[in-house]
Design a protein around this ligand. Structure first.
Ligand code: NDP
Length: 266
């Protein structure tokens, strides 16, 4: 656990789904976590759960948590989240750019430009805002760290009714590569993750949308539980995954599952 104990992770979109599972997985490993999202009620419930578990464990065995209200589409709020992380825990080691939205779903011809702008702010500018705010901190600390951008198969293949999502995720996938290039030769790792399809509120929204595509026709049993990508995200932050810097990996890759010792993969 030397990769995790006493380290500090900032997880965006931590109020539910993959982000919440990732926060729990880090805390299980002794990593302190800052949970960022807009729904403070859900964040505070998770903070209480994580801190209660830490209080009942030997000192340092489990990570502690704090919550911060943050809309990743607003750079000032992301900068504040990074500052709050340093204020509470004194350092930052891992940034998980996980917050995302599937909205707006529907055709480009019938879309609202303001809805597209909002989606791109969250799915594309969100990860940029995170990297912009966190990277100088990692560089100043001088001892590495990892940034994981949560990507999607939709970054690489158009899906019916998801043009805004596919476009934002495609841009974010290039951001992973471009940002990685800027830190080549340092100990900082920047890696993209396609988490497979995961049974979260996003999949509930997809099923309820009326959009007919390959993913909306899937059932809850077809998807990974959020704990599977959460475990993989933690592993990607470890030095064991350092060779994946600049790449985007898919949870469905058998060699990745084997290397990460994934227990939750279906
Ligand atoms: P959920 O809808 O369950 O959770 C999304 C999270 O993002 C919530 O915590 C939400 O919190 C947060 N969020 C949304 N908008 C913002 C914002 N503007 N600022 C801050 N936080 C925000 O989705 P998942 O857990 O499924 O998705 C997590 C990531 O995984 C996303 O990037 C998604 O694109 C990606 N992904 C998911 C797949 C799946 O099958 N589920 C497949 C491939 C990729 P709040 O509303 O409180 O702000």
């Amino acid at each position: 656990m030397q990769d995790y104990a006493g380290k500090v992770a900032l997880v965006t979109g931590a109020s539910r789904g993959i982000g919440a599972a990732t926060a729990r997985a880090f805390a299980d490993r002794g990593t302190n976590v800052v949970l960022a999202a807009r729904n403070m009620g859900s964040l505070l419930e998770l903070v209480d759960e994580i801190n209660a578990a830490a209080a009942g464990a030997p000192k340092g065995a489990r990570g502690q948590a704090r919550a911060i209200s943050c809309d990743v589409g607003d750079y000032t709020q992301v900068e504040t989240a990074v500052a709050a992380t340093l204020d509470r825990f004194g350092r930052l080691d891992f940034l998980i750019n996980n917050a995302g939205t599937i909205d707006p779903m529907g055709s480009i011809a019938a879309s609202e430009p303001a809805d597209w702008a909002r989606a791109l702010k969250i799915n594309l500018l969100g990860p940029y805002h995170g990297i912009r705010a966190a990277l100088p901190v990692l560089q100043a600390q001088g001892n590495g760290g990892a940034i994981i951008n949560i990507s999607s198969g939709a970054a690489h293949n158009p899906m019916e009714g998801w043009a805004a999502y596919c476009t934002g995720k495609a841009g974010a996938a290039m951001l992973t590569r471009a940002a990685a290039q800027e830190v080549d030769g340092s100990a900082i790792r920047i890696i993209g993750l396609r988490p497979g399809t995961v049974e979260t509120r996003m999949q509930q929204q997809i099923r309820a949308s009326g959009i007919d595509n390959r993913v909306s026709r899937m059932t809850p049993a077809d998807h990974f539980p959020p704990e599977a990508p959460a475990e993989l995200i933690c592993w990607l932050c470890s030095m064991a995954a350092a060779d994946l810097h600049g790449q985007e990996v898919d949870i469905r890759m058998p060699e990745i599952q084997a290397r990460a010792g994934l227990r939750q993969a279906s």
